[in-house]
Design a protein around this ligand. Structure first.
Ligand code: GUN
Ligand code: ZN
Length: 620
C-alpha cells in the first residue's frame, strides 16, 4: 500500500493507496468538523489537499447528522471523493475525560460510514501520566489494535503509538505493532507537548516511536497543525499531518506563517500572496464581518500550510531537508533547541541517510553533527587507513574541493573533520559549503584518522581508488574487489578516474559524485569471498530472471537483504542459490528491504544478461 519514491533524513516522498485514491506523502489532512463546514470540502482539493480527516465519534454522537452519514456514507455527505481518514473519540476522551463508545463499536461505525483509514480507540497517555499507568494504557491500546486488526475488512486501520514521554514505552508500543495487520501509525498523545512548546521532548517521543515502527507503513503526527513544525516532523519520518489549527486560529483572528503566528492586529502588511492576502490589507480584513474574516483567515492558514508541504516536497526531492529544517527551526528558540536535540539522534539516523547528495550547506556550528557528517567521521575512523607521511593543512576558506594548492598526501583540517585529499571529491567531504569564519569551528568535532607507518601509495589515482573503496565498502570488501594487478583508466580530458580493473576484470567505475558503482565482475568477487547476505539483496526466481536482464527489483519479490545496507548503497542482487544476477543501488535500507510490499527498491544498473548469452561479463 505504501511506496517510497525519494527520501532525505527519515523523510519519505511516498504514495499511500486507498480505495478513494492516493495520498502523496508527506501530506496534510485538513480536519473537517462534520457538523459545521467553514470551507467546502471540494475547495480543499483546489488548495492542495489529497485527503481529509474527520471525527467519527462526533458523527456517532450527533442525533441530527448520524443517520445521513450511515445512509449515504462520508464521501457523499462531505462531497469529497478523495481519501478520508476518521478519528475515534480518543481526543474527546483527552479533553472531556471520558467517551461513550466501546472500542469495537467505533471501529464498526467507521467501517459503516465508509472511512478509508479508521483509527482505533487508543488511550491518550498524557505527559504527566504516571509511568505505571502508562504501561497499562499501552498494553490496552496494543490489545485494541490487535482486535481491530483481526476484524479488518479491506480498509486501512490506524493504530497510534502511545507511551507518554517514556521512550521505552513508545518503543515497546511501536514494536508491538510490527506483526499486526495495521496500515498507518499516528504518534498519539503529543498535543499537550506541542501546545506547551515542549519540542525537545517531542523529538524523543517521535524518534523512539518511529525507529521502532514497521517502516513500510506511513506515520502520522496527531494534532500537528502548525506549518512551523512540518519540516522538523517530516525530517523525523512523519508522513501525515492533520490540521484543525487553520480553523481554530482563524476564529481568534490569528494568522499562521511557516515562521510563526501573528494576530491580524499586529500586521501592517501581509507577507503572503494567497487569495486572502491579495484581496485585503490587514486593516481591511479587520473591518470585515466576523464570518467573512474567519473564512478568509482559515483559507490563508490552509494555503500557507499546503505551501509549506510543497516546499518540503521540493526539499526532499533535492536532498536539502536538513538545511530547510535548520532554517525553519531557527524561527523559534524552542524549535531550534529541538533541531539541536535531534542531532543527538544522528548516530541512529545515519543508516537512512543517502550515501551521496549533490551539495551540503553548513551555516552553523551545530550542523556538523548532522548524520551525514557523523557517518563521514565514523567511516573515516573505522574504515580508512592511511600509510606513510601525511601533512595536515589548515583550511581557511571554502571546501577542499576548490582548494587548488599542492595536494600530495595532504589531510585538510576542516570543521566537519579531517579530509584526506583522496576523499575530496565525495559527499559530504568535498561538497560542503561553509563560510570563511569556519576556522573558528575547527575544534568543534572529535576527529581522528589512522595513519600507519610503511610505504605510502605513491600514485594519487591508486590512493584515491583504495581510499574511496575502503570508505564506501569497508576494508575487507575493498580488498576483495581490488585484489590483483590494478589498472586505472582516467579521462584524457579531465584526468578524473573512470574505470578500475583488477587482474583484467572491470570491477568498479567511478561515478560523477566520486563514489564507485560496482560492476558485475566486482560483485562476483564479493560473492565468492563473503557469506550471504553480505552486500546482497536476495530475490525470488521470478524476479531474478528479470533482474539479470537489467530490470529493477520490486519490493514484493525481495526475500532477504543484508541488514547493514544503507540508502543509495551499491548492492548485489542474487537469487536463492546465491548466484549473482545484477548490481544496483538501494532505495531502502537492508532492514526495510524485505518488509515493503510495493515499489522499486533496488535500481538495477547492470544485469548479467540472459542465460547462455555471451554478454555474461557485461561491460559498460
Ligand atoms: N488526536 C490528537 N491526539 C490523538 C491521539 O493521541 N489519539 C487519537 N486517536 N486522536 C488524537
Ligand atoms: Zn495569505
Amino acid at each position: 500500500m505504501f511506496e517510497i519514491k525519494k527520501r532525505d533524513g527519515l523523510a519519505r516522498l511516498g504514495t499511500f493507496h486507498t480505495e478513494h485514491g492516493v495520498l502523496n506523502t508527506p501530506t496534510l489532512l485538513p480536519v473537517v468538523n462534520p457538523l459545521k463546514l467553514i470551507i467546502k470540502p471540494e475547495d480543499f482539493k483546489k488548495m492542495g489537499a489529497d485527503g481529509l480527516i474527520t471525527n467519527a465519534y462526533i458523527i456517532l454522537r450527533s442525533a441530527r447528522h448520524r443517520k445521513a452519514f450511515e445512509k449515504h456514507g462520508l464521501h457523499t455527505v462531505l462531497n469529497f471523493d478523495g481519501p478520508i481518514m476518521t478519528d475515534s473519540g480518543t481526543f474527546q476522551a483527552h479533553v472531556y475525560g471520558h467517551v461513550d463508545v466501546k472500542p469495537k463499536d467505533i471501529m464498526r461505525f467507521q467501517a459503516k460510514i465508509g472511512s478509508d483509514i479508521s483509527t482505533i480507540l487508543d488511550l491518550f497517555t498524557e505527559p504527566d501520566t504516571e509511568r505505571k499507568e502508562v504501561i497499562s494504557m499501552v498494553d490496552e491500546t496494543v490489545k485494541r489494535a490487535g482486535e481491530a486488526a483481526k476484524g479488518r475488512k479491506g480498509r486501512a486501520i490506524a493504530a497510534p503509538v502511545q507511551g507518554s514521554i517514556f521512550p521505552d514505552q513508545r518503543a515497546r508500543c511501536a514494536r508491538a505493532y510490527r506483526d499486526m495487520d495495521l496500515q498507518v501509525h499516528p504518534i498519539g498523545g503529543v498535543v499537550p507537548l506541542m501546545e506547551d512548546y515542549r519540542y525537545v521532548e517531542l523529538v524523543d517521543v517521535v524518534m523512539s516511536s518511529v525507529l521502532n515502527l514497521p517502516p513500510e507503513r506511513p506515520t502520522h503526527l496527531f494534532g500537528a497543525g502548525h506549518p512551523m513544525v512540518f519540516g522538523l516532523a517530516t525530517l523525523m519520518g512523519m508522513d501525515l499531518f492533520d490540521s484543525s489549527a487553520y480553523a481554530k486560529y482563524a476564529i481568534d483572528d490569528r494568522i499562521m506563517f511557516p515562521w510563526g503566528t501573528r494576530h491580524l492586529k499586529e500586521l501592517s502588511a501581509f507577507p503572503c500572496s494567497c487569495e486572502t492576502c491579495s484581496r485585503y490589507t490587514p486593516k481591511e480584513l479587520m473591518q470585515q464581518k466576523p464570518d467573512v474574516r474567519q473564512e478568509a483567515l482559515a483559507r490563508h492558514n490552509l494555503w500557507t500550510s499546503f505551501q509549506e508541504i510543497k516546499a518540503i516536497h521540493q526539499a526532499i526531492a533535492e536532498g536539502s531537508l536538513w538545511e530547510f529544517v535548520a532554517m525553519r527551526t531557527s524561527c523559534h528558540p524552542d524549535l531550534y533547541a529541538a533541531y539541536r536535540h535531534l542531532l543527538e539522534w544522528s548516530d541512529k539516523m545515519e543508516r537512512f541517510e543517502p550515501l551521496s547528495r549533490t551539495s551540503e550547506f553548513v551555516t552553523n556550528l551545530v550542523d556538523v553533527q548532522r548524520p551525514a557528517f557523523v557517518r563521514y567521521r565514523k567511516r573515516l575512523k573505522e574504515r580508512v587507513v592511511l600509510k606513510g607521511d601525511w601533512s595536515v593543512v589548515q583550511l581557511k576558506e571554502g571546501s577542499p574541493f576548490d582548494n587548488q594548492q599542492e595536494r600530495d598526501r595532504v589531510i585538510f583540517h576542516h570543521p566537519i573533520g579531517f579530509i584526506p585529499d583522496s576523499l575530496d571529491q565525495i559527499y559530504p567531504a568535498g561538497l560542503v559549503h561553509t563560510s570563511g569564519e569556519m576556522s573558528l569551528w575547527r575544534k568543534a568535532v572529535d576527529r581522528s584518522v589512522t595513519i600507519e607507518r610503511g610505504d605510502p601509495i605513491e600514485d594519487p589515482d591508486e590512493r584515491r581508488v583504495r581510499t574511496v573503496a575502503a570508505y564506501q565498502f569497508g576494508p575487507v570488501i575493498a580488498d576483495l574487489v581490488l585484489a590483483g594487478r590494478l589498472s586505472i583508466v582516467t579521462s584524457s580530458k579531465t584526468g578524473r578516474i573512470r574505470t578500475v580493473h583488477a587482474d583484467g576484470d572491470h570491477v568498479l567505475s567511478m561515478r560523477n559524485d566520486g563514489f564507485f558503482s560496482l560492476k558485475v565482475a566486482g560483485a562476483r568477487r564479493i560473492q565468492a569471498g563473503t557469506e550471504a547476505p553480505t552486500m546482497r539483496v536476495i530475490v525470488n526466481d521470478d524476479s531474478a530472471e528479470n533482474n539479470r536482464l537489467g530490470r529493477n527489483v520490486f519490493a514484493q519479490f525481495v526475500i532477504d537483504a543484508d541488514p547493514g545496507l544503507g540508502v543509495m548503497e551499491e548492492t548485489i542482487v542474487v537469487n536463492c542459490n546465491d548466484e549473482v544476477m545484477a548490481v544496483g543501488r538501494t532505495i531502502l535500507t537492508g532492514e526495510e528491504l524485505p518488509r515493503f510490499g510495493k515499489g522499486i527498491v533496488v535500481k538495477v544498473r547492470d544485469g548479467i544478461g540472459a542465460p547462455d548469452s555471451k554478454n555474461d561479463h557485461s561491460e559498460d
